[in-house]
Design a protein around this ligand. Structure first.
Ligand SMILES: C[S@@+](CC[C@H](N)C(=O)[O-])C[C@H]1O[C@@H](n2cnc3c(N)ncnc32)[C@H](O)[C@@H]1O
Length: 452
């Protein structure tokens, strides 16, 4: 087998080869790193150790990419656009091994040079070797200190924490100054895997007996290490992976006083919150309706609900939430978990911070406003709407809610933090704002609005 084909099959260095192939897909096809990684791990069947190495190499490289790019440009003395994209990805993977993975420099450089030979070709090995050896001369912190000279404080913070400047600005506008860096660095950590049990179908105690640990805030949460699929409750659809922040916002909606009547999840795909809400609605004898316009995502909602008995208490619709097929005033509780930039879930989506342009915030605004308007029309008097984002950005959160409330005397903003009193430091006025660095959850935002 030629070296090139050997590397493609992953025989010589399966972990680095997988990380390289995945990174190429991420950049050349705009693919999601997590999805590509999961697929390649399934297809190539690496050892546990190699799979863990490939996962860290790919995820870490994607997260810190912006700062590595600045370092690579400084070390190579040329702009990245003058290099072949596959070579840039090799250098990024090498930079991560050298600067962040605590591997011996010599081993990291020579393994990356071999990978370059096997994938792109021998002609690039000299360049890859020279640039990586220059990178090994300094630590990450020393590179950042050197390259920060002359930058303003926020640009230096962006480089140090590996975030685009506009995201640094967003966090700096929302948090006390002394918390901003900690909050940004929390986005560079790997979140624990958290499960939510479906109410009435499984219990946290059952998961604990299978090796999980009870969660920190939600009575339905448990954390695990390793593959969730090893737990019978997960395989049987009686529990599923869900961040605790998502559980808390669903729980707050369920706890608000709203009177009897059906519940609606207006933007339900892929069904994480639906799976929890359906059980909570069922416990109150309420019909639960999940609606999601994207058919493949509506199918994921069906799958998330598969553990519940098929007794007619749950309905999944493929409907556009901005022009819904149901009559106004139909529901007692409505969840509007709207599409957003996902700035609060950067831990989970390693490449996303470099992909989303700042304009995404303004582009999403009309849809967010329309969906909240539709939710407020769908709820009956006395009922409650939960407006939720997994972004803390002011323009996606408070601004949307305040616009909807303006001049509406029939709407009342509820004290959302009061409905999850077990969680400290989460009040942003009457809004709930969770943070990875404070709560270990995604940065979920919740506003609860009652229709009078
Ligand atoms: C933040 S996700 C919802 C996550 C979901 N609640 C969960 O916990 O799994 C937003 C969802 O809104 C859906 N969406 C996009 N446009 C929509 C529209 N016009 N009406 C309703 N939902 C929409 C997206 O397809 C996406 O599934």
């Amino acid at each position: 087998m030629s070296p090139r084909n050997q590397a493609r099959s992953g025989a010589s260095d399966p972990a680095r080869t997988l990380a390289f192939d995945a990174l190429r897909e991420v950049h050349s096809q705009d693919a999601y790193a997590n999805l590509v990684l999961a697929r390649l791990l399934r297809e190539r069947r690496l050892s546990v150790r190699d799979a863990a190495f490939a996962t860290e190499l790919l995820s870490g490289t994607c997260r810190l990419q912006g700062s590595y790019d600045v370092i690579i440009e400084a070390a190579s003395g040329r702009g990245l656009s003058s290099l072949q994209p596959a070579v840039v990805d090799l250098l990024r993977l090498g930079a991560h091994q050298v600067l962040s993975m605590r591997l011996p420099d010599r081993a990291a450089v020579s393994a990356t040079v071999e990978l370059a030979a096997a994938t792109v070709g021998r002609r690039v090995t000299g360049l890859v070797n020279a640039v990586l050896r220059r990178i090994t001369v300094r630590s990450y912190d020393d590179w950042v200190a050197e390259l920060s000279a002359g930058l303003d404080d926020r640009d230096a913070l962006a480089l140090r924490t590996a975030h685009p400047r506009w995201i640094v600005d967003c966090y700096a506008d929302l948090l006390p100054a002394e918390e901003v860096e900690t909050a940004l660095l929390a986005n560079n950590t790997q979140p624990v895997t958290t499960l939510a049990v479906r109410p009435g179908l499984a219990s946290v105690e059952e998961l604990e007996a299978d090796g999980a640990e009870a969660g920190r805030w939600s009575p339905y949460a448990a954390t695990i290490t390793g593959d969730p699929g090893r737990l019978p409750a997960v395989r049987e659809g009686r529990a599923g992976v869900q961040d605790e922040g998502s559980q808390l916002v669903a729980l707050a909606l369920a706890r608000a006083a709203a009177g009897p009547g059906p519940w609606l999840d207006l933007c339900a795909g892929p069904g994480g919150k639906s799976a929890l809400l359906a059980g909570l609605a069922g416990a109150q004898g309420a019909l639960f309706v999940a609606s999601e316009p994207a058919r493949h995502r509506a199918a994921l909602v069906q799958s998330a609900l598969r553990g519940y008995p098929a007794d007619g208490g749950r309905v999944v619709l493929a409907a556009d939430g901005t022009c819904p097929p149901w009559k106004p005033d139909s529901f007692a509780r409505v969840l509007a978990d709207v599409p957003c930039t996902g700035l609060g879930a950067l831990r989970r989506r390693p490449e996303s911070r470099w992909r989303r342009p700042p304009e995404a915030v303004t582009e999403l605004h009309p849809l967010q406003r329309a969906l909240l308007g539709s939710a407020l029309q769908s709820v009956r008097p006395g009922g409650v709407v939960a407006y939720v984002t997994c972004s803390p950005h002011h323009d996606e959160t408070a601004v949307v809610v305040e616009e909807a409330l303006a001049g509406r005397e029939d709407l009342e903003l509820l004290d959302a933090p009061a409905l999850v009193p077990e969680v400290p430091d989460a009040a942003l006025g009457a809004f709930l704002q969770l943070w990875p660095h404070r709560h270990g959850t995604d940065a979920m935002f919740l506003a609860l609005v009652r229709r009078l």
